[in-house]
Design a protein around this ligand. Structure first.
Ligand code: ACO
Length: 336
């Protein structure tokens, strides 16, 4: 039976370390406020000449190296990002050019914090139907150029970091459904009624006669706007729902899962999800302290870091869930 295996991952974060205290030069904030509310201790921000596809390229090269496959074997590239290099074409096309694999399909996914789960799901469907055998799935974000780094934007600006994570997904002839490594299932959701609770209003065609509007630009419509409390309240509801959906779909219980790798928006969100299910602390792998919220990149970064920390080993059963702008949310269970 053809199923999808996660062959290997790779990550890249830019070299500039930004500690919470460094943000005090830009806005009225404190290390204490940020740690208490979010768990974030630091983040990495790229320099001015870097683009999202540059981060994606480095993560992709590492994933290919770790998977021991040549780029010529790839059948498709999927890139999840909310911070694209340009409005069009998609960042997957720029990554494709930099990676040097012309000809294969290159697809962008715009599902923000749930982007990596959506991308995994798309790749999984292409592989299970037999259309493709090896797909590079990347989550990459360069938030730092898009944040309002002053008093106006402080509620959002402190939350985000830059980084990329990539995974090589490949077809596998699964013989033993209980013990082989493969993606068991993916579960996707969205509710556009909440689209304006966490969004970047412009530039865009939804802003009246002009796509780019100078006066709205002066008001900062190109910076992210967030209703933090609404996001938080929905995240702590939707993420557990998504975990339960994945468990039920596979006839599994919380105790069957070896490791939980959740999206990294706020440590308090993940602690509340873990508490609802009585998941022991050692079974939840968080990276937000080190990287902040890298949106579409948090899950592959989590996988890769967990492997290198010795927390995620071949054969372990993993559950992941994410929630974010859209609102979008989803989950997956896979045996690594
Ligand atoms: N430093 C200091 N004070 C700040 C900061 C800051 N960086 N930002 C806001 N404040 C102030 C506010 O002005 C407000 O002050 P006031 O009470 O005088 O008006 C106060 O702190 C708000 O504090 P709290 O009510 O304690 O804040 P809350 O507990 O809501 O935490 C937070 C805020 C961390 C943003 C929280 O709402 C949150 O994490 N929400 C979810 C965020 C999230 O998941 N985002 C997903 C993004 S990912 C994606 O899809 C793109």
């Amino acid at each position: 039976m053809i199923r999808t295996e996660i062959l290997a991952t790779g990550i890249y974060v830019p070299p500039n370390l930004v500690k919470n205290d460094d943000l005090k030069e830009m806005m009225d904030t404190s290390d204490e406020w940020i740690r208490q509310r979010t768990g974030i201790e630091q983040r990495y921000w790229a320099d001015e000449n870097t683009s999202t596809s540059d981060l994606a390229l480095e993560a992709a090269k590492k994933a290919l190296e770790n998977a021991k496959i040549d780029k010529s074997e790839l059948d498709m590239i999927i890139v999840a990002t909310l911070s694209p290099d340009h409005e069009f074409p998609g960042t997957a096309c720029f990554l494709q050019k930099k990676l040097g694999v012309p000809g294969i399909p290159a697809l962008d996914v715009r599902q923000q914090c749930t982007g990596f789960i959506y991308s995994m799901s798309i790749a999984d469907q292409f592989i299970k139907t037999g259309m493709y055998k090896k797909i590079l799935v990347v989550g990459a974000e360069l938030h730092s150029k898009g944040l309002e780094k002053n008093q106006n934007g402080r509620e959002v600006a402190v939350l985000f970091g830059d980084g990329a994570g990539a995974a090589v997904l490949a077809a596998k002839d699964v013989k033993d459904l209980k013990n082989d490594s493969y993606i068991y299932s993916t579960h996707l959701h969205a509710d556009g009624n909440f689209a304006e609770e966490l969004w970047v209003p412009g530039p865009g065609t939804g802003n009246g006669p002009q796509r780019v509007n100078d006066s709205k630009m002066n008001e900062g419509y190109h910076f992210p706007k967030m209703n933090g409390k609404t996001v938080f309240m929905n995240a702590v509801k939707r993420m557990p729902e998504a975990v339960m959906e994945a468990l039920n779909a596979n006839g599994l219980k919380i105790e069957d899962i070896d490791l939980f790798i959740f999206h990294q928006a706020n440590l308090r969100i993940n602690d509340m999800v873990a508490k609802q299910f009585n998941i022991p602390e050692e079974k939840v792998f968080n990276t937000i302290q080190k990287f902040a919220n890298t949106t579409a990149a948090t899950l592959p970064i989590g996988m890769d870091e967990a492997v290198r920390a010795g927390k995620l080993k071949k054969g372990m059963l993993v559950a992941s869930a994410a929630f974010g702008s859209g609102f979008t949310w989803g989950s997956t269970i896979y045996r690594y």
